[in-house]
Design a protein around this ligand. Structure first.
Ligand code: NAD
Length: 474
């Protein structure tokens, strides 16, 4: 019997999340014959490209938050806006449908882009066999087959960390994916972890009417964020009705009489809590458990991340890892996208590295938190001489007009040179405003450059100008 020919490509990309799809599309644009393997299925069992970010993460979360904000505004603000309405009520099924439609549209756009670029899409689970070969197991469980390429890009993403003290049962104790698919508003909701995911989910369900309690093991709230901004965030979240219990480590959670019985410890001892649902948002881990066969010898670090150099190269020649699989930068979609483009171009002989120092971070709550560069606490701890300028959003006309006056902009510069070292924003649309700061820092701008830049008036971006002016006046 003739031997079956192994399908061969220039590049195989494992994973079609933001890192994988941007890598695959860029490879194809650069003339490389490209295949992309992904096993994500939607509720109908059909392939759904876009990874966690699109299917069960950021996009789904910001879509639901938008609905929740409208609902909250109609409940609490309609009278002052002069809007008369007898009743406002929720249809969660329709709200979820809108979110699903957005996810499906964007996922289809990725599929269309793959088709337009002649990328071969394979719906299967992939396993690296060696530096040239990948084993694929189709979701219909037909026998595995092998494909090969000169270059392999691993972009398999991450998944929620399970806690043995709070096992997921998908009904009462749920993970962050399920928390974006609930069919009713829990009366009383607890969330383990006041990190990015915990806060983003809390800002949705709190607005839709859940009494929301966040249990966070750390005493220090949002430790990675500039602490002045974190204190402001804490104050605003509390004012919005979130219950934030810091230094509270959950030690057990189990279903009891159609509720969840939780035990947690803090400095005062052990406490009990009963809620209708518990969301576990205690961090994410890289998807490396079955990513490579043992004989492939892919080097992982002690936490299971793929070991890479500064060019995203693994220990295997021709094999790269990008996105949530590595510790090169935070687990954020745009880091993966930039790495995808970088690696694709590297393969094509172009060296265009990622500037990890200027990756913006965003927490999509309302108000949003966004920053780029260094925090005041890190700069002071390392002895850098700095100047700090702040400007409250409530001093801008736009914030009053849209009734979103909470928050501030904070700019940190090097004291002698005036070079921008960090920009930190809490406020509505902080994720949009931070783009100006990223661009300014990319061009090594000073606060004087921001002062001299004309900002449209009245806009929220005027607050950046205001913070730069506040620095000048010191
Ligand atoms: P996280 O690490 O940011 O927060 C998890 C929190 O859970 C930690 O603060 C931890 O102390 C706490 N925790 C763990 N076990 C606990 C216990 N038993 N009791 C109480 N608290 C406990 O993780 P996350 O929020 O799940 O996010 C995962 C990753 O995904 C992060 O890297 C995050 O940046 C990224 N992400 C980013 C975005 C964005 O950029 N907007 C959105 C979603 C996720």
């Amino acid at each position: 019997m003739p031997k079956k020919q192994i399908q061969s490509f220039d590049v195989i990309v494992v994973g079609a999340g933001p890192a994988g799809y941007s890598a695959a599309i860029r490879c194809a644009q650069l003339g490389l014959k490209t295949a992309c393997i992904d096993d994500w299925c939607n509720k109908k069992g059909l392939v759904s490209l876009g990874g966690t970010y699109l299917n069960a993460g950021c996009v789904a979360s910001i879509a639901l938050l938008e609905s929740a904000k409208i609902y909250d505004s109609l409940i609490n603000k309609r009278t002052e806006h002069g809007i008369r309405m007898e009743t406002v009520s929720l249809d969660i099924a329709l709200m979820m449908q809108r979110k699903d439609n957005i996810v499906n549209t964007l996922s289809r756009e990725v599929a269309d882009s793959f088709a337009a670029h002649k990328i071969v899409t394979i719906q299967a689970e992939a396993r690296l066999l060696n530096e040239r070969q990948v084993e694929i197991t189709q979701t219909d469980k037909s026998p595995p087959s092998i494909i090969e390429a000169k270059h392999i890009i691993l972009a398999a993403g991450s998944s929620p960390i399970a806690l043995t003290c709070a096992p997921i049962d998908n009904e009462f104790i749920i993970d962050s994916t399920m928390a974006l698919n609930l069919n009713a508003v829990p009366k009383r909701l607890a969330i383990i972890g006041a990190g990015v995911i915990g806060l983003e989910l809390a800002s949705i369900w709190n607005r839709l009417g859940s009494e929301t309690i966040l249990l966070e093991a750390q005493e220090n709230f949002l430790a990675m964020t500039d602490q002045q901004i974190a204190r402001e965030a804490y104050r605003i979240y509390i004012e919005q009705g979130l219950e934030l219990r810091l230094g509270a480590r959950v030690i057990s959670a189990k279903k009891s009489n159609k509720k969840v019985a939780i035990e947690y410890q803090d400095s005062d001892g052990t406490h009990a809590l009963r809620v209708d649902k518990l969301i576990v948002a205690s961090g994410r881990k890289p998807n490396t458990d079955n990513l490579a066969a043992a004989e492939a010898d892919l080097l992982l670090d002690e936490n299971g991340y793929v070991h890479v150099d500064e060019n995203c190269r693994t220990n295997l020649p021709g094999v790269y890892a990008i996105g949530d699989l590595t510790v090169l930068g935070p687990m954020i979609a745009h880091k993966g996208i930039e790495e995808g483009l970088f690696v694709a171009e590297q393969i094509a002989g172009i060296h265009n590295p990622v500037n990890y120092d200027l990756l913006p971070s965003v927490i999509f709550t309302e108000p949003e938190i966004a920053w780029v560069g260094q925090t005041e606490q890190v700069l002071r701890a390392t002895g850098v001489s700095i100047k700090v300028g702040t400007f409250p959003l409530n001093a801008t006309a736009r914030a009053h007009a849209i009734d979103k006056t909470e928050g501030m902009v904070k700019i940190i510069t090097q004291a002698e040179t005036d070079t921008l070292l960090g920009v930190h924003i809490i406020g509505t649309q902080a994720s949009e405003m931070i783009a100006e700061a990223v661009l300014a820092m990319e061009f090594s701008a000073s606060s004087e450059d921001l002062v001299k830049t004309v900002h449209a008036h009245p806009t929220l971006a005027k607050a950046l100008h205001g913070a730069a002016l506040a620095l000048k006046e010191q």
